[in-house]
Ligand binder design. Sequence first.
Ligand code: SAM
Length: 273
Amino acid sequence: MEEKGAENGVANMAAIWQGFDPVAYLQNEYTPPQADFERKDSHVSWRLGCLHRAFTEGNVSGELLVDIGSGPTLHQVMSGCEAFNKVLLTDFLEVNRQELRCWLQDEGGCSMDWTPFLQHVCKLEGRQPSAWTEKAARLRQVIMDIVPIDVHSPQPLALDVLPSAGADCLVSCYCLESASPDLAAFTRALGNIGRLLRPGGHLLLIGSLGMSYYNGAPGLKIPTIPVNEAQVCASLKESGYTLIMLEVYTWPQDTIGLNDDSSGDFFVNAIKE
Ligand SMILES: C[S@@+](CC[C@H](N)C(=O)[O-])C[C@H]1O[C@@H](n2cnc3c(N)ncnc32)[C@H](O)[C@@H]1O
């Protein structure tokens, strides 16, 4: 009975996600004021800073980096692409995978210009912003594929996608709390993606705190799990991770509640036991 309820919750979420609009999402979340690189306290500056520090100061490097629930976005792998030889992008929705393929093929007509993001990450790395073309080329070179994923499946990726040892590192941004119907499903999803990671590998997880919905398309509020820091830590522990670092971002007053009702974000660096 309980299992049936869990299955229904996951199926309901999957149905809601079919209405997601990548173009609206990119416009809402990846343009100013969220993505204002002039402001150190902007949402995207914080996030890119966390990832930059993790990949440069945290001894997080290796062969294969897997991004869980990439959506239509690339910012989350712009630092990691320098520390790993291969990057695998994944998403539940074909519309998002299509958006990523568009960028990868570099034939124009994409919904998003990632240049300011690439320039910003180059600056974090101590390079000239003009080095963004090299970073874009590096990213296109290391992205090995863009594949379907379901974090609610005990086997989230198709069988032959990963080497048997698993990935050396997982990064995931705003996926688990927005794809899960409740905290138990969030925790199970952490365990499911953990099976893709080798023991000792890092999970870099970014998510929203206290968020009950966000705008996934014009007129579509996607319900999400309003997690707090203690719940994230407990779910990680229950799913076989050791927490190394947790950072919290608080919205500047003038950007609170633009697209959702979150109180802030968390960034976690954890190791699979
Ligand atoms: C809020 S978006 C985050 C996108 C991107 N990672 C970012 O940082 O903006 C959440 C993503 O989770 C994906 N998603 C929804 N259900 C999922 C599932 N069951 N398994 C994996 N990903 C899922 C959606 O397609 C969407 O791309």
